[in-house]
Design a protein around this ligand. Sequence first.
Ligand SMILES: *Cc1c(COP(=O)(O)O)cnc(C)c1O
Length: 504
Amino acid sequence: MHRAGRFLVCARFQTRNISLTMSLEKAHTTLVNVERIKYEGTDMLKDPISVADPEAFAIMKNEKLRQRRGLELIASENFTTKAVCDALSSSMTNKYSEGYPGARYYGGNEHIDKMELLCQKRALEVFGLDQELWGVNVQSLSGSPANFAVYTAVVEPNGRIMGLDLPDGGHLSHGFFTPTRKVSATSIFFQSMPYKVCPKTGLIDYDKLEEDAMLFRPKVIVAGMSCYARHLDYQRFRKIADKCGAYLMSDMAHISGLVAAGIVPSPFEFSDIVTTTTHKSLRGPRGALIFYRKGVRSVNAKGEKTMYDLHDRISQAVFPGLQGGPHNHTIAGIAVALRQCITTEFVDYTKQVVANSKALAERLKELGYALATDGTDNHLCLVDLRPLGLDGAKAEHVLDLAHIACNKNTCPGDVSALRPGGIRLGSPALTSRGFKEADFVEVANFIDKAIKILLNFKDQSGKTIKDLKEFTAKSEAFNKEIDKLRDGVEAFTAKFDIPGNDEF
Ligand SMILES: *Cc1c(COP(=O)(O)O)cnc(C)c1O
């Protein structure tokens, strides 16, 4: 059937009145009527991607080139290792294994079971956890689904959660909504109330959290952040959670690599549940871990014990509640990444991450920039551009043109999340390329040069980000300066190797 005819059939399907009488066979022959091409390689099942799909291969090569020649400062990103890349492209991806080790819905899972158990064992080891007291689920596909699984496990539909507000450094999956829209599904299926940072100091307002928590009575309080440069006071969170009868769930997605290395406070001592992504400072594949307590939850005055029932609840929420078959290649990749986390080299890496972040923050301050919370304890800093009359989106765009990758971010006190006042900068990725403190001083200098170019052209480049983009696409004077800066950035990054596969 030609194109118009095919469209007609689709349209009729949508009207639903004749679809029921149309035979399945006919629908089949019409819907798959596409022009075929002849495979151009020698063996579609064995050819490498460069031969099997040159178009996709070219995109991948260009992405690798972009990663190699730019300054990667997105705080949630990292360059994972060759060994993890190998795991991701292994035959582990072929296997269906719905269920958990020893209790699967399919056969042939003896090796898959071993890998999942190895991953669990390493996850507990890396964070120094006793397997009598903690369990871990390694199947969740990424950070947001992991958090959703936890709420599904322990909060009834429409039940209450509290998390750090997104514009204050929290994460979407901690319940984000706006006055007009429930943005995150965590705010659609649960009621969420945010807590905030103090607009002046940029520090979490724990007193207000305590006050609000006693009124709101959440089932879960989330201690976690995507943009907060200071340590969290987990002990204080614990006290508040106990006072209002909530579970404390710590989401250490950004800092889990630093926690694993033991160089920042660990949330485990004070938390009931800990979630993390595995692809940020932990430097593994994209995935997530959910840790939960086992054993005694509390003892009352009569000496009667209440036990945790998180193992069953969380296991069931992940599978079959929210997911089907686990991504076994990812679980293998996480296991490999965790093996690397217990090395002394990884501890050195994370120490360097924090030293580099501090060097970057100090140099930016020296150059006159304002930082939220006036500095950093971890792998990231938040540069407040409002004192310069700039906003984050404009800075992000101009930095991007110079091959410096970062992201616009709201600053404490920003009224609108639509016009964030700053940029978030992180050190994990470049530290994986071997950058040291002195290199991060250079990085700060490059950033400063880009911001100065933006400032120089401020009066000509219009008001909105759209105006600026039109201006930067056209202005020769601007591009002459930014090209020079980009050449400098590329010459600088060319000196550093990059983890993973060399070519793509
Ligand atoms: C990145 C992040 C997540 C979510 O991760 P995705 O894998 O992108 O869904 C969740 N929580 C926090 C605190 C994060 O920083």
